[in-house]
Write a protein that binds this ligand. Structure first.
Ligand code: NAD
Ligand code: LMR
Length: 335
């Protein structure tokens, strides 16, 4: 027979996410995995989304809540987390959801997490480059990473906040200063570029995008996005005009979305879906590593960062791909 529990205590516990500033909510946020199991969630990953109330954060939270590998989902933002948490927590999937609002609750949001996903910060407006976001987003990422170094130094960190080419090195420096840096655990999210490349190449070839796989390496801005059109699967060939068109469209896909909105916006649906599906896309291409690009040797071999470290992929087969690689390396040499 189950021990008698005071109904008012049970109701307070279930509804705790509706009153995030209370200490009761922070206590419950420190659930152990066994506690999650007791609430119906399978044992699994503990995931925190920082910037969870934003355009990326909300659909991402929904998709992570749908992932059966996740047992505990912490939603942190400086605004609106109570509403988002209430909404997401009503989904009838296993993961337990807790909300955290504002800087005083950051440490509780991070404690014990296995994976931190960061879409916190401002998106660009039409006419802006991702670099224009640097001044605001660099500070936000730095503060959040200081919290991670303190509260969950072993967690895998996925950085979505732009400019990804800069926020990843910032995070790396914070972790180095704290003595917690592990390059295998810090990743910038560029999976969007792979999704776009698959879609645009499929359009040109008249194929189903789900059956096309285009490796995209490099960074996540303009010429640093390096689609390897000679390595497309299924094997195919393109005319020079098609190569120019595809390269330009893939490298400027984010700008295409931003320019088609009248105000501040980023590619919310595609980015959330590519992250939330975790596994459907070849994640090894969807990352920026914090390695020293300046010392990257100019070779015909392509290496990518994976969660197991740098991995050899293949040799570049075409002059055009070599040309793009040189543009990319020159960009970082000047950077
Ligand atoms: N890497 C990618 O593929 C990719 C894709 C899309 C968007 N982005 C980037 O992701 C970022 C977010 O985009 P969005 O469309 O969700 O913007 P948004 O404005 O809709 O949401 C950002 C959220 O971050 C929150 N926030 C701001 N400061 C914070 C802080 N200090 N701590 C916690 N949360 C904070 C805001 O309150 C807001 O809810 C932008 O920088 C955008 O450029 C990257
Ligand atoms: O382009 C942006 O500003 C958002 C994101 O990086 C994207 O590629 O859609």
């Amino acid at each position: 027979m189950e021990p008698r529990v005071d109904p008012s205590q049970r109701i307070a516990r279930i509804a705790s996410h509706l009153h995030p500033p209370t200490s009761q909510m922070e206590e419950i946020s420190l659930l152990r995995r066994s506690d999650c199991r007791a609430k119906g969630g399978a044992p699994g990953f503990k995931v925190a989304i920082l910037g969870a109330a934003g355009g990326i954060g909300q659909p991402l939270a929904m998709l992570v809540k749908m992932n059966p590998l996740v047992s505990l989902l912490h939603l942190y933002d400086v605004v609106n987390t109570p509403g988002v948490t209430a909404d997401i927590s009503h989904m009838n999937t296993g993961a337990v959801v807790r909300g955290f609002l504002g800087q005083p609750q950051l440490e509780s949001a991070l404690a014990g997490m296995d994976l931190i996903i960061i879409p916190a910060g401002v998106p660009r407006k039409p006419g802006m480059t991702r670099d224009d976001l640097f001044n605001i987003n660099a500070g936000i990422v730095r503060t959040l990473c200081e919290g991670i170094a303190k509260c969950c130094p072993g967690a895998i960190v996925n950085l979505i906040s732009n400019p990804v080419n800069s926020t990843v090195p910032i995070a790396a420096e914070v972790f180095k200063n704290a003595g917690t840096y592990n390059p295998k655990r810090l990743l910038g999210v560029t999976t969007l570029d792979v999704a776009r490349a698959n879609t645009f190449v499929a359009e040109v070839l008249g194929l189903d995008p789900r059956e096309v796989n285009v490796p995209v390496v490099g960074g996540h801005a303009g010429v640093t996005i390096l689609p390897l059109l000679s390595q497309v699967n299924p094997p195919c060939s393109f005319t020079p005009e098609e190569i120019t068109y595809l390269t330009d469209r893939i490298q400027n896909g984010g700008t295409e979305v931003v320019e088609n909105f009248a105000s501040s916006h980023s590619c919310k649906d595609l980015s959330a879906v590519t992250r939330g599906r975790a596994g459907n896309l070849p994640a090894r291409y969807g990352t920026v590593c914090a390695g020293p690009c300046r010392s990257m040797p100019v070779t015909k071999n392509i290496y990518v960062s994976t969660h197991n470290g740098m991995k050899y992929l293949f040799s570049l087969a075409t002059k055009y791909a070599n040309y793009l690689l040189c543009v990319f390396i020159n960009f970082f040499e000047l950077y």
